[in-house]
Design a protein around this ligand. Structure first.
Ligand SMILES: Nc1nc2c(ncn2[C@@H]2O[C@H](COP(=O)(O)OP(=O)(O)OP(=O)(O)O)[C@@H](O)[C@H]2O)c(=O)[nH]1
Ligand SMILES: [Mg+2]
Ligand SMILES: [Zn+2]
Length: 271
């Protein structure tokens, strides 16, 4: 029987099959070959044994998930760290995994205009949602239809709350915020939920980092809005920092947001 791994705790995996959920352990041979099942893996199960893991379309290291279509970088607050956002964006670009921003709690945080403008202009999807009022959730639902979408972001930003709204259930535990407004790492394990019609969402623990495991090369190609201007640089190996006649620099403050260019320079100089 075939299925998809939706949860795994202590070496025991929950596999969703056409016949319902099965608890199964991977066959011994996997360990010997260094294969570790991931949440999101498509697999074959025989009784209580996972006998085969089917080839993955892709995988990310942290959170450890496989076969994903989009990462929803979930963010909250009026002081979102754009350097971190750009870092995760270039990592996802390098890995060839698409990424969208999901800005939360719009019932208590109305002003996301700056970050919304920067990233929609550049070409990323930016969703603004409230799990309390339900605002923006139809657009979110529409956006993830037919996809496997991973919610990642700091503890307390409201990932599980949105997922409960989308699944019309209280299946994911949600947490209180501490006095500093930070979350308390309520979600401990990654879990995959089936919304039907080939739509899946991963709830993940609040992250300490996001890791795709792809090598970072050609930084200028990872800033997608630079592409239109790379051909205008006088020097073929232009770094777009100190060179003259640079196509990229000419567009900073216009098609290329200042903050994005600033972070590009930081990333290049940091190496
Ligand atoms: N006002 C408001 N509060 C929200 C909203 N979404 C979530 N919260 C609150 O924010 C707190 C944290 O929500 P969670 O859904 O547990 O956050 P999480 O991102 O899953 O956190 P971790 O599992 O710890 O990573 C809870 O107290 C929620 O009630 C929202 O849209 N509006
Ligand atoms: Mg959670
Ligand atoms: Zn240049």
């Amino acid at each position: 029987m075939n299925g998809r791994i939706v949860k795994g705790i202590g070496g025991l995996y929950t596999v969703r099959t056409l016949d319902g959920y099965v608890l199964a352990k991977p066959k011994g041979i996997f360990r010997k070959r260094g294969i570790k099942p991931l949440i999101g893996d498509f697999c074959a199960v025989d009784g209580e044994t996972i006998t085969e893991i089917f080839p993955r379309k892709n995988e990310i290291l942290r959170p450890a998930v496989a076969n994903i279509d989009v990462v929803l970088l979930t963010l909250f607050g009026d002081n979102i760290d754009l350097e971190l956002v750009d870092k995760y964006i270039i990592l996802s670009e390098a890995a060839g995994v698409s990424l969208a921003l999901c800005l939360t709690k719009t019932d208590i945080m109305e002003d996301y205009d700056k970050i919304y403008d920067i990233y929609t202009k550049v070409g990323y999807k930016v969703l603004r949602v409230s799990a309390v009022s339900g605002s923006g959730t139809e657009e979110l639902r529409e956006f993830i239809r037919g996809k496997s979408a991973v919610f990642t972001g700091n503890s307390g930003v409201g990932k599980s709350s949105i997922i409960n709204l989308l699944t019309n259930s209280l299946s994911m535990e949600t947490g209180e915020l501490g006095r500093t407004g930070r979350g308390r790492h309520t979600t401990r394990h990654t879990e995959l939920l089936d919304l039907g019609n080939d739509t899946f969402i991963f709830d993940t623990p609040g992250f300490s980092s996001l890791e795709f495991g792809a090598e970072i090369r050609d930084m200028d190609r990872l800033f997608i809005e630079f592409a239109a201007f790379l051909g205008d640089c006088q020097f073929r190996d232009c770094l777009h920092i100190n060179e003259t006649n640079c196509g990229v620099k000419n567009h900073v403050g216009y098609e290329i947001p200042q903050s994005r260019y600033k972070n590009y320079v930081k990333f290049v100089l940091k190496g």
